[in-house]
Design a protein around this ligand. Structure first.
Ligand code: SF4
Length: 734
């Protein structure tokens, strides 16, 4: 088609953590087309089905265009200024009556960097509470604690260019063909061109398995045992990169049997203890391939097959994972275990060699992890560190004592506190917790109680906005300027392209307006027109001259992003390797400078069972996840007709043998029952994916079939990330 008068503007994709570059075509003030940005090194012009159709959600008829305030049980359209007055006065009144820890904000890995930054400054610097957490807690908190415990520095050390160099891709419980489709296409290109191998290690057969060279199925939770068995084999066969380990690694063990966070106010602190290589080797004797075959169902041959690729000095290996490892009651441990494999073999921080945890959301890295919209975080460092609090206080121009030194509620606990009546005001932005929280059947009644005033900012109505006292109409992606940070530490900027309808307003600006009304105007001296730029420039000060240096805005405006640390006008593609990373200061080949001794940690982490396993009453495992057509809770993609038609509703995937035994055919109505509730949905047999016998899989995008009403709210005690992948369920034909 001729471009005509179409004006093309660059942006990162609105949806997943891959962060593909898109070009949005606008004509007469309207977004009319999308194409992949050929200049983007992330996607090289390619997009997936969600990326190509993203702007179509703007045509949805039920867009939230004006503020709505609940009066006598009905929503009344209210001028935005009046609604913001009400939000500010309710927040102020709650603080006056019940203290600053009675108010909370719950934000998102889909918030832009400026949105996350002002939320953090508002809650921690202005009000003085750490009651800020975000939905990224539900998807990659275990990756963060994994990185911090192993390397002392968050986020992957490599970049997407690893795909062009690796000989083998090991996918740990990661259906990349549907979750990170553009990266998977890049891997397939390398498989076809160079014969690179893809190993799919998972609990179900998916589209990823179908394209992989080898599909290895394991029993849920037993990935812990298999990873240890791989380390056992590496040591037994003399495949340890001894000089690397001696120079750059140390060994630790932590606490075991630490519970699953099922009770309220659960507290846990790990106690690392130094061990030596001999003790670690001894620990691994419990994980011989023969013993692990019994726990995991993975054959001795397949364990040795995986270990041999890691052990082969002539093969470059990249491990990829996302929710399969992170949403795990031992998520931090599983992250540590994958790092162990790469550290033992020295396959790390080099082109084509490395462990790479992927993110689900477009700015889980840039906003949630880097700006820090978690209860324990600050834009640099953590609230428990005096130096970090002093730096934040200096840049924010607030008294140092105002920033509390103790974290308060992580996501799950925040909603438990709402239910207990401790939090009396909560503001959610860019997220839909009453679809995405585990065991939503428990948390919905808490949000409905009159004891809590609920404010929801969003683009479309959702089950969360259904319980709000005030609904604020948010601008969508291209109706505002912004910045996102993707999985490979790449920060990307975009300019506002179209006007939003009605009184829609950027989330950052709504936060600033409420802050001003509460008397904090001095701390938010930004202009409405340029607030994104002004906020980003202020945020950059946190990382000036350090190992997280961010690129200047002019650079981000002129090119499809830059990878931090951005040093002397250059992105750093591989951290901790002196050849690529100027922050390595010890004149050696590698330097894990996140740790005081410069050494990465190999952790002794055992296999422990899941908190709820199948039994006679509930004989199946329940696993949940996404499908390629839908983004997150479906609030946007279900309003895109082509995606909705392709995948109109959720379903339960059954193994053909289980279906036959229960006399269930494809499309039959099936009832799923867990200890939390029950739900009816159509069966999927021999369709898109096949779970292992006695396991079912349900996607979570469908608000009319809320599978998260049934999931268990247990979490990793270190990261506090819930496990959506494992609980016990009964299946009945309706
Ligand atoms: Fe967007 Fe992710 Fe698809 Fe890329 S892979 S187009 S970032 S949804």
């Amino acid at each position: 088609l001729p471009d005509g008068d179409i004006n093309w503007t660059k942006a990162p994709c609105r949806f997943c953590g891959v962060g593909c570059g898109v070009l949005v075509g606008t004509e007469n003030g309207k977004a009319v087309a999308v194409k992949g940005d050929p200049k983007s090194t992330v996607n090289k012009g390619l997009l997936c089905v969600k990326g190509y159709h993203q702007i179509m959600c703007l045509q949805a008829k039920d867009r939230l265009t004006h503020a709505l305030v609940k009066k006598n049980g009905t929503y009344v359209q209210t001028p935005i200024q009046e609604a913001l007055d009400l939000v500010a006065s309710k927040m102020k009144e709650t603080i006056e009556k019940h203290g600053k820890d009675a108010v909370a904000m719950y934000t998102s890995g889909q918030s832009t960097i400026p949105e996350g930054y002002v939320a953090s400054k508002f809650m921690k610097g202005a009000i003085g509470t750490n009651n800020l957490d975000c939905n990224a807690r539900l998807c990659m908190a275990s990756a963060v604690t994994g990185f911090l415990t192993s390397f002392g520095a968050d986020e992957p050390m490599g970049c997407y260019e690893d795909i062009d160099h690796a000989d083998v891709f090991v996918l740990w419980g990661n259906n990349m063909a549907e979750m990170h489709p553009v990266l998977f296409s890049r891997m397939l290109e390398q498989k076809n061109r160079r014969g690179a191998k893809i190993i799919d290690f998972a609990t179900r057969t998916t589209r990823t398995s179908m394209a992989a060279d080898k599909s290895i199925l394991f029993k849920p939770q037993s990935d812990l045992a298999v990873a240890n068995a791989i380390c056992y084999e590496i040591i037994k066969n003399g495949w340890v990169n001894t000089s690397f380990v001696e120079k750059h690694c140390s060994f630790n063990k932590g606490l075991t049997n630490m519970g699953y966070g099922l009770e309220d106010n659960y507290k846990f602190k790990d106690k690392p203890e130094k061990i030596d290589f001999k003790a670690y080797k001894k620990f691994l004797e419990d994980y011989t391939p023969e013993k692990v075959e019994k726990i995991s169902g993975v054959s001795v041959k397949d364990i040795k097959y995986m270990a041999a690729y890691f052990g082969d000095p002539n093969k470059k290996v990249v491990s990829y994972w996302c929710m399969g490892i992170n949403q795990h009651t031992r998520g931090t441990w599983m992250n540590n275990l994958v790092y162990n494999i790469h550290l033992l073999t020295g396959k790390i921080s080099q082109p084509g060699n490395g462990p790479f945890s992927l993110t689900g959301q477009p700015s889980a890295c840039g906003t949630a992890r880097e700006v820090g919209t978690f209860t324990h975080k600050l834009p640099k460092g953590v609230v428990t560190n005096e130096k970090h609090r002093r730096l934040a206080a200096k840049i924010w121009k607030v008294p140092y004592e105002r920033i509390p030194s103790k974290p308060t509620y992580h996501a799950t606990e925040m909603f438990r506190a709402v239910d207990r009546g401790e939090i009396k005001f909560i503001w959610t932005q860019v997220t839909n917790p009453l679809v995405s929280l585990p065991k939503t059947s428990r948390y919905r009644p808490g949000m409905e109680k009159d004891s809590c005033f609920v404010v929801v900012s969003d683009v479309f109505p959702t089950p969360t906005s259904d319980v709000a006292d005030v609904i604020l109409p948010a601008s969508w992606h291209i109706e505002k300027s912004g910045l996102y940070g993707n999985s490979e530490r790449r920060t990307q900027h975009w300019d506002k392209m179209v006007e939003g309808p009605g009184e829609t307003t950027p989330d950052a600006w709504m936060t600033i307006e409420v802050a001003k009304r509460m008397g904090f105007g001095d701390l938010f001296p930004y202009s409405e027109e340029n607030h994104v730029e002004e906020i980003y420039n202020e945020y950059r000060q946190f990382h000036e001259g350090d190992k997280h240096g961010m690129a200047p805005l002019e650079v981000l405006k002129s090119q499809p992003g830059a990878i931090w640390p951005y040093v002397n006008g250059k992105s750093t593609q591989w951290r901790f390797n002196a050849k690529y990373d100027p922050a390595c200061s010890n004149n050696e080949d590698f330097h894990f400078y996140g740790k005081p001794d410069g050494r990465a940690v190999i952790w002794q982490r055992p296999y422990e069972p899941a908190p709820e396993e199948p039994d006679n009453e509930y004989p199946f495992w329940l696993n949940t996840g996404r499908v390629i057509e839908h983004w997150h809770t479906g609030s946007m993609t279900r309003r895109i007709p082509v995606l909705h038609k392709a995948m109109p509703n959720a379903y339960v995937e059954l193994h053909p043998k289980d279906a036959e035994r229960l006399q269930i055919k494809n499309g039959d109505k099936v009832k799923l029952i867990t200890r939390r509730g029950e739900i009816i949905m159509p069966a999927s047999v021999n369709q898109r994916g096949i779970p292992t016998p006695l396991q079912v899989f349900v996607p979570f995008f469908d608000e009319n079939m809320l599978i998260n009403d049934l999931t268990l709210d247990s979490f990793c005690p270190i990261s506090k990330e819930p496990d959506y992948k494992k609980c016990a369920v009964r299946v009945e034909k309706v």
